[in-house]
Design a protein around this ligand. Structure first.
Ligand SMILES: *Cc1c(COP(=O)(O)O)cnc(C)c1O
Length: 430
């Protein structure tokens, strides 16, 4: 398929990046289950290793199946390039790696996936990096947190699990003035519901484990580059603007222009960190993306119905879903994610911690798992699981207090979901 800017989302989610297999004519993208690729001759091999020619060397770096997925996600997000990797958490490290160095910090939202809060507040310290957490609704606090060692601002478009929508445009204005990139985790919204790059984001990261794959089969991650940041306009990003000793002095930005971040991600990131996506995982995710828009429409439709119904339930204290008229983020959602506020929300039960545990144990259609964005409806009591490592203050800030259950609405019949929730709520309060 030629790169026409005129194709719609439904067409691109099926065709972008893919072409009939040149060797066999296979219409579906084959799973290139191979570690290495035969060089045409020694000269070809040398050119590939010098990054003078683009091609396949070894599957830690690139693989044809993974390459199709990269092009597809980059296209759907409106980026110039993308790098896939082994998980969403790997994508976050891969996104920060070219930007950070010892002593550098990232300014991050307090409302992030629990695992990201742990990764940023604890693990990245081992690299000499740090994170400064701020309430991203307090734009002055965001500005104040940025100092000369800040290398990025990081947020989620729709934050999991608190039903919070980020004002991406406002954060982009702040990061633009500071001349640092804005990184947006678009996992819970997906490019169908939200386009962070069109709102000013520099980089978009994904856990493809969730809605993009959509069926709970494989973990994966992706970093998409908008191609818009001028890495040479400042001395803050030497990995991208200065000579790279591991490539005998090559300057990524000067050589690859808007594709500098993507090439760096493959040539340095995947080469030396090795957080590679395997071709089987890419295959499952490609299968999932073919139906992304159809699934997201049903996810949103079901979430709106179930959240409205839950809000009126006698055992429910409150529901935080930006798709509800009662949500303080309802107006912002209309701008940031006009096709819907996702399918992930939290419900606070009047019976507190005890009722939450009993509720989760009584559900039949909903599975109690540490996952989201599956076709199946899922539920988790965050305070005793995903957000267990967080302090009570961090739990509250993330919308994951002890009285709260997170729900990921699937694409089953909404009536069946409501009946299941109703019987479990009644059991939990008996
Ligand atoms: C799941 C998730 C991650 C981490 O992704 P993994 O694939 O589990 O490593 C990061 N951000 C968000 C918003 C997520 O939901």
């Amino acid at each position: 398929m030629s790169d026409g800017p005129t194709y719609g989302f439904d067409t691109l989610q099926i065709h972008a990046g893919a072409r009939p297999d040149p060797a066999t004519g296979a219409r579906q993208t084959p799973i290139y289950q191979t570690t290495a690729y035969v060089f045409r001759d020694a000269e070809h091999a040398a050119a590939l290793f010098n990054l003078q020619e683009v091609g396949f060397i070894y599957s830690r770096l690139t693989n044809p199946t993974v390459a199709v997925l990269q092009e597809r996600i980059a296209t759907l997000e409106g980026g110039v390039g993308a790098v896939c990797c082994s998980s969403g958490h790997a994508a976050q490290i891969m996104a920060l790696f070219p930007l950070m160095g010892p002593g550098c910090n990232v300014v991050a939202s307090t409302r992030l996936y629990g695992g990201t809060v742990t990764q940023f507040s604890q693990t990245i310290k081992r690299f000499g990096w740090s994170a400064r957490f701020v309430d991203t609704d307090d734009l002055d606090a965001v500005r104040d947190a940025i100092d000369e060692n800040t290398r990025a601002v990081f947020c989620e478009s729709i934050a999991n699990p608190g039903g919070y929508v980020t004002d991406i445009r406002a954060l982009a204005d702040i990061s633009d003035s500071a001349n640092i990139p804005l990184i947006v985790d678009n996992t819970s919204a997906t490019p169908y519901l939200c386009n962070p790059i069109s709102l000013g984001a520099t980089l978009v990261v994904h856990s493809t484990t969730k809605y993009l794959t959509g069926n709970g089969t494989v973990t994966g991650g992706c970093i998409v580059d908008s191609g818009k940041f001028d890495w040479s306009s400042t001395d803050k990003f030497p990995s991208l603007s200065q000579p790279e000793p591991a490539y005998h002095g090559l300057k990524f930005h000067e050589t690859f222009g808007p594709l500098a971040f993507t090439f760096h991600g493959i040539a340095i990131g995947l080469r030396d960190l090795g957080m590679t996506m395997n071709p089987q995982a890419a295959h499952y995710t490609l299968m999932g993306i073919e139906t992304l828009s159809l699934r997201m429409e049903r996810h949103v439709e079901n979430a709106v119905r179930v959240a409205n119904w839950l809000e009126g339930h006698q055992h429910v204290d409150y529901v935080t879903y930006a798709g509800l008229a009662s949500s303080p983020y309802n107006d912002r959602a209309a701008k940031v994610c006009p096709k819907g506020a996702g399918a992930l929300f939290t419900v606070a039960l009047k019976g507190g911690y005890e009722a939450c545990v009993k509720f989760v144990d009584s559900l039949e259609i909903f599975s109690h798992v540490a996952n989201l964005g599956d076709t199946r409806s899922l539920v988790i009591h965050s305070a005793s699981t995903t957000h267990r490592q967080l302090t009570p203050e961090q739990q509250e800030a993330a919308g994951a207090g002890p009285n709260v259950v997170r729900i990921s609405i699937g694409i089953e019949n909404a009536e069946d979901l409501m009946a299941d929730l109703d019987q479990a709520l009644n059991k939990a309060h008996s």
